[in-house]
Structures are given as C-alpha cells and as structure tokens.
Design a protein around this ligand. Structure first.
Ligand code: DGY
Length: 337
C-alpha cells in the first residue's frame, strides 16, 4: 500500500536502515553512489517529500528552484558544506546532519593516518609487496619520524578535534590547538590542550591535524605560505574537507622535502585526486573513509533516517529531528508538522 510520504536515498544504505524508513514512507534508493548534475538532482527531488543525501550531492538554490514538495534533507555526514542551508531555510526545507555518532571513529582515523605517514607504513608495504625485500637492507633505511613525545597541533577544535587531542595523552604528547573561539578552561584541561595563535601552531607543531569545517574562510587555510612555516619533519593530516589544504602547494612541499609526510583522507575536487599527490611516496592517501567503521557508518545511516522520518512527522521523534540544522525552516511549508 502506498504511504503518505515518499523519500529518495541517493546511495545504497544498510538494509535494516532502509527497512526502518520503509515502515513509514515509500523509499526509492539509488543502486550506486554517483556524481549527479544539478539538473539530475532537481529531477530526483521534484517528486519526493524528503531525501537522504551525501557529500557529493550539492543541494543549493538552483537545485531547489521550483520545488514545492520537498520538506526535508537529511545529510549523511557531520560536515554539511554540500548543503546551502540558507537556501533550504528560505524554501522552508528542514536540514539535518549526523554529529556525535562518528566522533570517536573519525578521531581514531586521524591517528591511523598520522602514524602511517610518520612511520612510512604504506610505502614500506608497497615496497615489500613488490618483492623488493631481498636482504641487504641498511640499518638507516625506512627511517620515519617519531610521534610519541612530540607536540601535536590541531587546527579546529570541535568534537572531533577534542577527541584527537585526548588521544595525544596516550602518546605522551603536548597538545596545542587553534580554533576561532577558545575552549572553556575545563575542556582545555580535560583535553590537556593549549590554545595558540595559528602562526604559532604552524611553527611549533611537530605534527598537525586539520579538523575544521570547510567554508569560504577555511578555503586554503593551509597553502604555500602556511606550509613554509611548518617544520620539515612535520606530518600534516587532513581528515576535514578537501579545499582546506591547497593540494598543489602541498604536493610541492612534500616533493621538495619541506614537509616529512602527509596523511590525507579528503581532497580538492574529490573523487579526483591531484596527480602530483598520487605520485608521492610520502603521502598516505585514502578515499574519504575516516568515519568508515561498520558500527559508525550504520549509526550515521540510522541517524540520517531517524532525522528524516522525524522531520516528516513519523516515528518516535516525530516533529523533532535529533540533529536539526535550521530550526527556523520549520513550519514554513504547508502541511508540515
Ligand atoms: C562527515 O561526516 O563530514 C564525513 O566527512 C563524511 O562526509
């Protein structure tokens, strides 16, 4: 029997999460993730009440133009730079994201990249797999840089930045951070982190992790000038968003040995990756998977589904999406709960 609301899901999701949605609404799911043009997105959203979308789906005023039906967009991710929230709000469309459920997993991954890049894990593995370990290895081959006991810099100190900082204690690290607003004293103490100016962060950090949201202000927050101020023995980790680092400038710094290594999970223009980065052995590269543990991705999908159902007035949170980004949008569309 057809239900009162229809939703579109822009990529395959866990069957149990789709089953939750299907209890309340008609669901159409794309068989695979793909980059869609604004026209394709407009067509997909024209005849549904809600949608679950991801980072590759840019929902802006152009995509929403002429849409009278859509009431809710649930983003699969804590970062939501793919959503034009003011445009959604103006159209009376509720927007949600998936905070908290991915904090610890994403922080773990920042450390995975930091350790892998600092200790050359991936290039050593490639070398071994290529059958090049034939004896005669020198004692000073494969030297990496230490992580323990060093100064960890964090740019962006929200939930994930704080979780990265807390892990620093286990590695005996001093933690310094820069954030637009300083954390309350109690949080700084708990994270054992000291606020510093960005220029000092770049100079003092032995390793630097980027965890800030992407917006016009953070575009190329790490570019050629910033890279020049970093230590040549430093590792740079980006688990935040492509565009925060100037990837071309980073490739030059890595190639010229002005930075020891980088661990990158996000890229400018991903899924394309700057070819210069792909050629570098001192860059550890992964396809935007920092939140990709089975438990966490399932929790993110479930939260997105809960948000969407609630925004459409269904389920245990009916009318109160757990992670609402634009409360001012509510009630602007006729018939909304
Ligand atoms: C997030 O949640 O923002 C992750 O980067 C996935 O997009």
């Amino acid at each position: 029997m057809s239900k009162s609301h229809s939703v579109w899901v822009s990529r395959p999701l866990f069957p149990e999460v789709l089953a939750t949605l299907a209890q309340y609404v008609d669901v159409s799911v794309e068989p695979k993730e793909s980059k869609r043009t604004p026209e394709q997105l407009r067509a997909k959203l024209a005849h549904v009440d809600g949608a679950i979308v991801g980072l590759g789906d840019r929902i802006d005023a152009g995509v929403l133009a002429g849409n009278r039906r859509l009431r809710a967009i649930a983003n699969l991710g804590v970062g939501y730079n793919n959503l034009d929230v003011p445009a959604l709000t103006a159209a009376g469309i509720v927007a949600t994201n998936t905070p908290d459920v991915l904090t610890q997993t994403t922080a773990d991954y920042a450390w995975a990249l930091l350790l892998a890049a600092a200790r050359r894990v991936c290039s050593a593995e490639r070398w071994l797999r290529a059958g090049r370990w034939r004896g005669g290895m020198r004692f000073d081959d494969w030297l990496g840089v230490d992580v323990h006991g060093k100064t960890l810099g964090i740019l962006g100190m929200g939930r994930i930045g704080q979780a990265v900082a807390r892990r620093g204690a286990g590695f005996d690290m001093k933690v310094i951070y820069h954030n637009r607003s300083r954390l309350p004293d109690a949080v700084e103490r708990e994270c054992r982190a000291e606020w510093v100016e960005k220029s000092e962060l770049l100079k003092r950090a032995d390793h630097l992790v980027l965890v800030l949201p992407y917006n016009a202000q953070s575009h190329h927050a790490i570019g050629a000038t910033e890279l020049e101020h970093m230590k040549p023995t430093a590792v740079l980790v980006n688990i935040a968003r492509g565009g925060i680092v100037d990837d071309a400038a980073l490739a030059v710094a890595l190639r010229e040995g002005r930075l020891a290594a980088a661990g990158l999970d996000v890229f400018e223009g991903e899924p394309s990756v700057n070819p210069a980065l792909r050629e570098l052995d001192n860059a550890v590269l992964s396809p935007h998977i920092a939140s990709a543990s089975a438990d966490t991705r399932r929790a993110m999908a479930q939260l997105a589904a809960d948000n969407l159902l609630a925004a459409l007035g269904h389920g245990p949170n009916a009318g109160h999406p757990p992670s609402l980004l634009n409360p001012e949008a509510r009630g602007r569309r006729t018939g909304e709960t």
